[in-house]
Design a protein around this ligand. Structure first.
Ligand SMILES: *[C@@H]1O[C@H](CO)[C@@H](O)[C@H](O)[C@H]1NC(C)=O
Ligand SMILES: *[C@@H]1O[C@H](CO)[C@@H](O)[C@H](O)[C@H]1NC(C)=O
Ligand SMILES: *[C@@H]1O[C@H](CO)[C@@H](O)[C@H](O)[C@H]1NC(C)=O
Ligand SMILES: *[C@@H]1O[C@H](CO)[C@@H](O)[C@H](O)[C@H]1NC(C)=O
Ligand SMILES: *[C@@H]1O[C@H](CO)[C@@H](O)[C@H](O)[C@H]1NC(C)=O
Ligand SMILES: *[C@@H]1O[C@H](CO)[C@@H](O)[C@H](O)[C@H]1NC(C)=O
Ligand SMILES: *[C@@H]1O[C@H](CO)[C@@H](O)[C@H](O)[C@H]1NC(C)=O
Length: 646
């Protein structure tokens, strides 16, 4: 018996909502149809301290922190699942049928947490049923998916209700016309996830059907929270919020009646006190000011709650006042936070988990990684060719970690064999390139209101980057048009033709940051842009089998690591040398930030600050804290710099 949660919380409650659990009067019981194979966690090749805490009630948190509505119902839990064989099956949905297996939603079908843990999940059916609370009558019923990888066709009570393409983004289906009040409603979802099969060239990041060393197990299916909410006829569909160091708030309230203009009210709160109230029109940007706001920065991650009211609709959000820009400080082009040089120092953060693959087992697990970075003194995290659940960005806003957000790459480093036996790098055709650009726009639009995001990355190391012409220029312009408040790192590593705000070098293991020397696979430092070491480090250290992803093919690739240090002491010694080298470059050259590879081990890579199971930390905490502080001190000594101290 599964319980669905329908939660009502105070409309003025806000950014982190403590979800009241176990209030039976608000629960809607549903009767799942009998399934042959009951859900059970499948033992993954490696567990984490949170694997056994997932249970059958996963991710209970309100999933969309910057646009919270009071009336919602979480549909996560045990659903039914069946493998399908082709795209054609979507034309013949198994309405009213038992799908035969149970699956935990949200999850990646390839993960132990899903209860399936299979391979090649190209086509899949998922089903569940839900009841709409009686007090939602007369309202629009919105069915939300946090993310489905890669294409989802949604059926409600036998009718197609919606379709979405793109594995990393949330989407909403208005199911009002399909649901029956007071009854069980059948929800069927057909998912097609090609990943890197056949000729598909789609955003996949590090997912591959053929995992090897730096490329990992893929994720298929409904991998983020599914929830229902009630909204009035004209409702807010998206809220764009930007607040800058001068106290200016720039708001666009997008609504379902996109061609009409309705009066909206925006209220900014600070611990119960209203600090500003302003009225403006829907569906167009307007601005107002908050007097002398406390600014947001990694050292002082001050946030303000925001309420937006429009007619009968009301959503709860938050923002932080800060300005990201670039400027010349003592002759060097620098990234600026609130008008001062900030040395951005972070890790390459893959966001993979041995038990959940793309989905952290719990929110606590997800935040654990971020707190570990924050504790060591990192002020930045580079979210590497993956997009996280929205709660990840909220955690960065709250903890004070700047985010460099990558667009997930297309078919990284893959080539195909031609009939004349030569090989050709797999690149997108014209239509696939158009779709890549469209999804890049979705990435920016869905995340541009998180204060912590400082920089968008378009291409990583040439992966999926057409070179017959230079698409990064046009894509950079598009990102800047959608979001003029962030910097753009058009090409992190490899094929740099001068686009964007950064001159970004990747080099292993030692850095070559903002410096006159460079390696053959990167470009010389360009002093008209910000010098960044977008990747370095990657030092390896093999561990005993209980901390390894226990898959022989992955273990066989450990010897491809740039450098393997025999003991943790030697790994820390070598880390110190790499960090000291970066510090020297900060003093001598034009180095404005660095990204250390990487937060954790992943599958056949053993180069994390922590092992893949998060049970063993390699870092010598005192040494790393001192080495990281030395970087900030060196940057501050170059002139007008924001100090980041711990
Ligand atoms: C799903 O079914 C297809 C066709 O029968 C089969 O090729 C594929 O291996 C199956 N996949 C899984 C994950 O069971
Ligand atoms: C407000 O934001 C919009 C994009 O959402 C942007 O086009 C506009 O220039 C901004 N206005 C101001 C005054 O910053
Ligand atoms: C709203 O405006 C857009 C473009 O201005 C137009 O394409 C669309 O048909 C309009 N929709 C309605 C419902 O009037
Ligand atoms: C925002 O609302 C949350 C939840 O009610 C509360 O915990 C937090 O203190 C509020 N923050 C501010 C700055 O008002
Ligand atoms: C790494 O350690 C595992 C056992 O934990 C071992 O099987 C593997 O051969 C080692 N690989 C290298 C390159 O040292
Ligand atoms: C790494 O180990 C695998 C499996 O033991 C072996 O086949 C391969 O040749 C080794 N590669 C290197 C670079 O040593
Ligand atoms: C840093 O630069 C800003 C703007 O140019 C200036 O107002 C501030 O006084 C400078 N701070 C220091 C410590 O030099």
């Amino acid at each position: 018996m599964q319980l669905l949660r329908s939660i009502v919380f105070s409309l003025l409650a806000a950014t982190s909502v403590a979800v009241p659990r176990g209030d039976d009067s608000r629960h809607q019981a549903i009767q799942p149809r009998s399934a042959n194979a009951k859900y059970a966690l499948k033992e993954p090749p490696l567990t984490t301290p949170w694997t056994d805490k997932v249970g059958t009630d996963p991710w209970p948190e309100y999933p969309r922190p910057q646009m919270q509505r009071s009336q919602w119902q979480n549909l996560n839990g045990i659903w039914q699942y069946r493998n399908a064989s082709s795209l054609a099956e979507a034309q013949n949905p198994p309405f009213g049928q038992d799908l035969g297996q149970e699956v935990l939603i949200p999850s990646c079908l390839e993960s132990g947490i899903s209860g399936i843990q299979g391979n090649y999940h190209l086509y899949s059916w998922f089903s569940n049923s839900f009841k709409v609370p009686a007090n939602w009558n007369g309202q629009q019923i919105l069915l939300n998916f946090g993310a489905v990888d890669y294409e989802a066709t949604v059926f409600v009570n036998g009718k197609q209700a919606g379709f979405n393409r793109g594995g990393y983004f949330r989407f909403t289906v208005d199911v009002t016309q399909f649901v029956k009040p007071g009854q069980q409603n059948e929800l069927l979802v057909f998912v097609h996830d090609p990943t890197d099969s056949e000729d598909y060239v789609i955003p996949i990041g590090k997912q591959t059907h053929h995992p090897s060393h730096i490329f990992y197990t893929p994720c298929s299916g409904i991998w983020q929270t599914v929830w229902l909410e009630a909204a009035p006829a004209n409702y807010i569909t998206q809220l764009d919020l930007d607040a800058n160091m001068n106290g200016q708030v720039n708001v666009t309230v997008h609504t379902s009646a996109a061609n009409t203009t309705t009066n909206v009210q925006v209220i900014v709160h600070d611990n119960g006190d209203v600090v500003a109230t302003h009225r403006g029109p829907s569906n167009q940007p307007f601005q107002f000011n908050v007097e002398s706001p406390k600014l947001w920065s990694p050292d002082s991650p001050k946030l303000y709650n925001v309420t937006v009211k429009m007619g009968k609709d009301q959503v709860q959000s938050y923002t932080g006042f800060r300005t990201i820009s670039k400027g010349t400080v003592n002759g060097v082009v620098r990234p600026l936070l609130n008008g001062e040089f900030i040395f951005m120092f972070g890790t390459l953060d893959q966001g993979f988990w041995p038990d959940g693959i793309y989905l952290p087992p719990t929110k606590e697990a997800m935040v654990y990684d971020l707190k570990m970075l924050k504790n060591l003194g990192f002020n930045t995290v580079r979210k590497h060719i993956k997009v996280e659940p929205q709660l990840f960005y909220q955690a960065c806003d709250e903890l004070g970690l700047l985010v460099i957000q990558d667009m997930p790459s297309l078919r990284p480093l893959q080539s195909r064999r031609l009939s004349d036996c030569t090989t050709q790098t797999i690149l997108p055709d014209a239509a696939q390139q158009v779709e890549f650009g469209r999804q890049l726009e979705v990435l920016v639009n869905q995340h541009k209101s998180f204060p912590s995001i400082a920089t968008w990355v378009v291409y990583n190391e040439g992966w999926g980057q057409i070179t017959s012409y230079y698409p990064e220029f046009e894509l950079t312009d598009r990102v800047k048009q959608l979001d003029p408040t962030r910097l753009v790192d058009s090409t992190t590593g490899w094929f740099d033709h001068g686009a964007g705000d950064f001159s970004d070098n990747h080099h292993y293991a030692n850095p070559q940051c903002g410096s006159p020397f460079y390696s053959t696979d990167s470009s010389p430092y360009d002093d008209t842009r910000i010098g960044l070491q977008g990747e370095f480090g990657g030092l390896g250290n093999n561990v005993s089998i209980e901390h390894l992803w226990n898959v022989q093919a992955a273990i066989n690739t450990i010897n491809q690591t740039y450098e393997l240090d025999q003991t943790i002491e030697i790994w820390n010694y070598r880390s110190h040398i790499m960090l000291a080298e970066l510090e020297d470059q900060v003093k001598r050259f034009s180095c404005s930030g660095g990204i250390w590879t990487q937060t954790t081990d992943v599958e056949g890579e053993v180069n994390g600050l922590m092992t893949y199971d998060r049970r063993l930390a390699r870092v010598d905490e005192a040494q790393w804290k001192a080495d990281i502080q030395a970087l900030y001190d060196a940057a501050a000594a170059r002139g007008n710099a924001t100090m980041s101290t711990h």
